[in-house]
Design a protein. Structure first.
Ligand code: SAM
Length: 275
C-alpha cells in the first residue's frame, strides 16, 4: 500500500509526495505539526498542512533568507530571526564569523524540539554558543527590543494562525523600530502565482516605512508554485549597490556573489506587483 502526503496549495491545486514513514505528528499549542520521510525530498516538516522545509531543497530558502541581507549590511553583529524554528536560517547565519549573536524567536518550542530530533542537518547550529533561542511571539519580541538589531529576518509560516500578525503594517513598523539606525530586514513574502495580493500589500506597507525596498526571487520546488519572493527593507544600505567582487565565496549550494544582484532581477509579472 502506498502512502502519499498532499499539500493543497490552493483550493484547486496541490502537490503530492510518496512517503516512506511518518516520524511524528502532534497538535501543539499553536499548530498541527508533522514530520514525514518522503521518497523524493527526504524528511519534510509540515505545519497546519503546509510544507515548511525539506531536507533536499531547504538550502535554497535558508541561504536566500540569510546571505543577501548579511552581505548587504557592511558589519552585521546582532541578528534576529523571527520564526525559523527548524534552524535552517540560523545555520546559514553562523557562516558569517563577524556575527556576534543570532537570536531566534519562535512561538512554538515543539518545532525547535522536533527539528533538532528529526532534522539534524537543518537544526545543527541551534546549540551554537553565538545563538540564543527564545520561545515567544515574534511580534512581542520586536516591540520589547527597540534599536537593537543590525539585521532582522522573518522566517514565518504563511499569514495564517500565529503568523497572521507577521504580515501586518504594524509588524513592519515594529521591525523598523527594533532595527538600529542602519538596519536591514528581510521577510519571506510567498509566491506571485497564488499570493500576488499579499506581495503587493507587503510591498506597499514596507515602502511606507523603509527608504529602500527591494524584492528578490528564488526557485523552491516544494513551495507553492516553486517561485518564491523575499522582501528586503533597508534604512541605509542598498543590496544593488554592493560590490559583489568583495563578497567571499562561502559554503553554499544556491547563493553566490554573482547571484546576489541577479536574484533582484524580477520576471515582469512580479515587477508589476512591486511598482
Ligand atoms: N520556511 C517556511 C515558510 O516559508 O513557510 C517557514 C518555516 S519556519 C518552521 C516557520 C515558523 O514560524 C514556525 O516554526 C512557527 O512556529 C513560526 N511562527 C509562526 N508565527 C509566529 C510568531 N507570531 N512568532 C514567532 N514565530 C512564529
Amino acid at each position: 500500500m502506498e502512502l502519499w502526503y498532499t499539500e493543497k496549495q490552493t483550493d484547486n491545486y496541490g502537490i503530492t509526495a510518496k512517503i516512506r514513514e511518518t516520524l511524528v505528528t502532534e497538535k501543539t499549542d499553536f499548530q498541527d505539526l508533522a514530520i514525514v520521510d518522503t521518497v523524493e525530498f527526504g524528511r519534510l516538516l509540515v505545519l497546519d498542512g503546509m510544507v515548511m522545509t525539506t531536507e533536499k531543497d531547504e538550502f535554497v530558502y535558508h541561504e536566500m533568507v540569510a546571505h543577501p541581507a548579511l552581505y548587504t549590511h557592511p558589519n552585521p553583529k546582532h541578528v534576529l530571526v523571527v520564526g525559523g524554528g527548524d534552524g535552517g536560517v540560523i545555520r546559514e547565519i553562523m557562516k558569517h564569523p563577524d556575527v556576534e549573536k543570532a537570536v531566534l524567536v519562535d512561538i512554538d518550542g515543539k518545532v525547535i524540539e522536533y527539528s533538532k530530533k528529526f532534522l539534524p542537518s537543518i537544526a545543527c547550529e541551534l546549540d551554537n554558543p553565538r545563538v540564543e533561542v527564545i520561545v515567544n511571539d515574534g511580534y512581542m519580541h520586536i516591540h520589547d527590543h527597540k534599536n537593537t538589531y543590525d539585521v532582522i529576518m522573518v522566517d514565518s509560516t504563511e499569514p495564517v494562525g500565529p503568523a497572521v500578525e507577521l504580515f501586518s503594517r504594524g509588524f513592519y513598523q515594529g521591525i523598523y523600530e527594533s532595527l538600529k539606525e542602519d538596519g536591514i530586514f528581510v521577510a519571506q513574502t510567498d509566491n506571485p502565482w497564488f499570493k500576488a495580493e499579499l506581495i503587493q500589500n507587503v510591498n506597499r506597507d514596507v515602502k511606507e516605512i523603509f527608504p529602500i525596498v527591494r524584492v528578490y526571487c528564488a526557485n523552491i520546488p516544494t513551495y507553492p508554485s516553486g517561485l518564491w519572493t523575499f522582501t528586503m527593507g533597508s534604512k541605509k544600505y542598498d543590496p544593488l549597490q554592493v560590490d559583489e567582487t568583495k563578497i567571499p565565496d562561502i559554503d553554499t549550494k544556491y547563493y553566490t556573489p554573482r547571484l546576489h544582484k541577479a536574484a533582484f532581477a524580477l520576471p515582469k509579472f512580479v515587477e508589476d506587483l512591486c511598482k
